[in-house]
Ligand binder design. Structure first.
Ligand SMILES: [Zn+2]
Length: 214
């Protein structure tokens, strides 16, 4: 199929979906048309398989979303800062996902990519603690996804220590399980970190996130 034919089909779908959206959601959009009041700042990967639709029916005016490859804090630090300190979201979430190509690339030779991509993967390669990864390539990959989320949370904790101490923010690390690696369902979200705490038994008894373990 030619590129124009492909593009036409894609654009037709976008246009039709938007018409439906306006028909059904116009009042909702009108309600927040003058100001935004999001409930969470969310840092997530660009991966097309990872979306807020897996945990909210109403992303609009709800999630202030920062996306980059590998859900990294440093790459868009200013955006995260804006969500947390200007929009005052009570929660900052770092959402990683299994099958993350950026994380996988950072564990291997990624020198053939364009320099702009290399630059972004470099940060991942530096932050993931490879000595903490064990097992098969698949297991190491899934562990690296978790490890990366924890590293991003740690970086954010350093910058938002004042807000954490004042109990004005909660920083959460989550993983979206796209390939059912944990065998708890394709698309399941796991909480793996709350304010730097990664002990599973402690998290299970933390009233903030205990429901995720039910
Ligand atoms: Zn990814």
């Amino acid at each position: 199929m030619s590129i124009n034919k492909q593009a036409l089909n894609i654009l037709k779908t976008i246009n039709n979906t938007n018409k439906h959206y306006v028909n059904t959601q116009e009042d909702n959009v009108k309600s927040f048309s003058k100001t935004q009041n999001p409930t969470a700042t969310l840092v997530m990967c660009c991966d097309s398989r990872a979306h807020t639709t897996s945990f909210t029916y109403t992303p609009e005016n709800n999630f202030f979303i920062v996306r980059n490859i590998g859900n990294q804090y440093i790459l868009n630090q200013g955006c995260v800062e804006f969500g947390v300190r200007v929009l005052n979201t009570p929660i900052l979430i770092f959402l990683g996902h299994t099958q993350c190509g950026a994380v996988q690339a950072s564990m291997n030779d990624y020198s053939n990519f364009h320099s702009s991509i290399i630059r972004e993967i470099d940060h991942l390669a530096l932050s993931i603690k490879k000595t903490e990864l064990h097992g098969t390539d698949t297991e190491r990959w899934a562990s690296a996804v978790v490890n990366n989320v924890n590293q991003q949370v740690e970086l954010a904790i350093k910058d938002f220590k004042d807000l954490l101490n004042a109990e004005k923010i909660v920083i959460i690390g989550m993983v979206l399980d796209i390939d059912n690696h944990l065998e708890d369902g394709y698309g399941r979200i796991s909480v793996i970190n709350v304010n730097g705490n990664i002990d599973i038994n402690t998290l299970k008894t933390n009233p903030l996130v205990a429901d995720f373990f039910q």
